[in-house]
Ligand binder design. Structure first.
Ligand code: SF4
Ligand code: SF4
Length: 118
């Protein structure tokens, strides 16, 4: 189990925002499924990759609201519900398989690096 200080979203390049797969109990999301959620929040998404599933190709999304310069969500107050509840510390093996883009080891390395320069 990682230390309680994770996730350290500040200064994170946010793979959760930039390389995300979405799904619910009914299955994975197409662009048409996911896009309205982001449009309602005042942003949009684009497809940046694919994952082969038994029933098709699952798109990987990048959210356009992520500010790559300042490493921040630019629609933070209006961000969708799943953005408010997502936690990359989740250690459920099934969840991790669905969230292979979240690299907890990288967070650990970054925290060690930051500790050295502060
Ligand atoms: S990957 Fe984890 S630490 Fe980085 S922004 Fe997402 S939730 Fe925060
Ligand atoms: S709305 Fe904000 S928190 Fe949600 S995916 Fe986009 S940049 Fe990340």
């Amino acid at each position: 189990m990682p230390p309680a200080s994770y996730p350290d979203c500040e200064n994170c390049e946010a793979p959760c925002c930039r390389r995300q797969f979405m799904e619910d109990d009914n299955g994975w999301f197409t662009l048409a499924d996911a896009r309205p959620i982001y449009l309602e929040a005042g942003t949009d998404i684009k497809i940046v990759g694919w994952h082969r599933q038994k029933d098709g190709r699952q798109p990987m999304f990048e959210c356009q609201a992520f500010d790559k310069k300042d490493l921040r969500c630019s629609v933070y107050e209006a961000r969708p519900e799943h953005c408010r509840t997502y936690d990359c510390r989740d250690d459920d093996p099934d969840e991790w398989q669905a969230r292979a883009h979240c690299d907890l080891a990288r967070h650990l390395r970054m925290t060690e690096l930051r500790a050295k320069v502060t």
